[in-house]
Design a protein around this ligand. Structure first.
Ligand SMILES: [Zn+2]
Length: 195
């Protein structure tokens, strides 16, 4: 019996998945897909790294100092399921590691860094967090990033169509999940009949 418990403690069921569990990924995709990418010049990248206390030789995550693998949007592109108007340009991008990028999500950077969020710099005990906060504040003050009024640019009709598409996808996912739950229950019932 105690051996049974020991074996059972080794088992982990994979996390059950729901179609509606992808809801926020879909929202992010609807917003990210309309954000233009503005390529920086080499001089701009150099200046960006200087403000963050880096050179080409010590290119690192601005938040924690680990090896940088990507550039993260300092101010989020998405807030409360709506675009903030920021675009992918260097004034709103900083070198980051995958852990920080994932943990930060759409949270404001300065709150997140000192929060107890899983894998936040504070949670991981990053020592020079105050210096990093200061450099990022300097970076934010470097140059005002562009904020685009997307609706004004594309016109009301196309903008509303984009969000009607979003709603259609969300509603289809909800309906599909109802059917998926029903199918799941039927299959589970047929399984317990056999065993
Ligand atoms: Zn990091």
């Amino acid at each position: 019996m105690s051996e049974d418990i020991e074996y059972l403690s080794l088992f982990r069921m994979p996390t059950p998945m729901k179609i509606t569990g992808r809801s926020s990924s879909i929202t992010n995709a609807f917003i990210n897909s309309i954000i233009p990418i503005i390529e920086p010049s080499g001089a701009q990248v150099k200046q960006a790294l200087q403000i963050l206390g880096m050179t080409a030789d010590n290119f690192q995550c601005s938040y924690c100092g680990a090896t940088a693998t990507e550039w993260d949007h300092l101010r989020p592109l998405v807030l409360n399921k709506k675009p903030t108007g920021y675009v992918s340009e260097i004034h709103n991008l900083v070198p980051a590691c995958g852990k920080c990028n994932q943990s930060k999500g759409n949270k404001p950077w300065s709150d997140w860094m000192v929060s107890d969020a899983k894998l936040s710099p504070k949670s991981r005990g990053i020592k020079d967090i105050d210096i990093r906060l200061k450099r990022l504040a300097d970076y934010e003050a470097w140059e005002q990033p562009t904020i685009v009024d997307f609706e004004a640019v594309v016109g009301k009709e196309k903008w509303e169509q984009h969000w009607a598409n979003w709603e259609l996808v969300q509603n289809t996912m909800k309906q599909a999940q109802v059917l998926a739950t029903e199918i799941n229950k039927s299959i589970a019932a047929s399984y317990s009949l056999k065993n």
